[in-house]
Write a protein that binds this ligand. Structure first.
Ligand code: SAM
Length: 185
């Protein structure tokens, strides 16, 4: 029997693109600036590019992964660093129109404390789009609510999308948040 394929990027990007086009009907996808956090080998960037996005930077803590992402020829800049709750060099406040993060919001990877920092990278009203497994969600829920109650972001979309877990085809949640509308300090 054929093994199921890793299948998050396509539905992830489809929802992301629908939200972008809905919120910004006159969007110029060629210049719409995206930071793909935990980009890995660049599969998400590749799907974004197929839909016309051409201004995408990749961030990953593994240089080896970034080397593979570079081969996809869809990223402008490759940033080798770990996203944590600490201040980071190399990224300007409010530099991006949107931030994407596929299949890395989980224990040992992108932690709850990193979300406040990631919010700083997007412009006022910019988007944060990521997926999370049903099991992991409870570990992040408190932080998501805290940021919402503090007016730092607003939930635009929460959808179930397919997700491959230990070779089993499952589902996960895809979240799309809109960052606060004032410039982050
Ligand atoms: C499961 S892969 C997902 C890759 C890609 N987003 C995709 O969907 O194909 C997870 C990636 O996240 C990176 N990663 C994990 N935690 C990270 C962190 N805190 N900061 C930056 N990169 C991280 C790993 O190096 C790895 O390349």
């Amino acid at each position: 029997m054929q093994e199921p394929e890793y299948n998050v990027p396509r539905p992830f990007v489809r929802h992301f693109d629908a939200t972008v086009c809905n919120l910004f009907p006159d969007v110029d996808k060629k210049s719409f600036k995206i930071l793909d956090v935990a980009a890995g080998t660049g599969l998400l960037g590749l799907e974004l590019n197929k839909l016309g996005y051409q201004n995408i930077d990749a961030l990953d803590m593994s240089q080896e992964m970034l080397n593979r992402a570079k081969n996809k020829k869809v990223y402008t800049k490759l940033i080798c660093t770990a996203i944590t709750d600490q201040r980071m060099n190399g990224i300007e406040t409010a530099e991006y129109d949107a931030l994407t993060c596929s299949s890395a919001v989980c224990a040992g990877q992108v932690q709850p404390g990193a979300f406040a920092k990631m919010l700083n990278f997007v412009k006022p009203g910019g988007l944060l789009c990521f997926n999370i497994s049903f099991l992991e969600e409870k570990n992040y829920d408190g932080k998501f609510k805290e940021l919402e109650e503090a007016g730092q972001w607003r939930l635009l979309k929460k959808e179930r999308i397919p997700f491959l877990l230990e070779k089993q085809l499952e589902e996960c949640y895809l979240y799309i948040y809109e960052g606060q509308r004032k410039v982050p300090s």
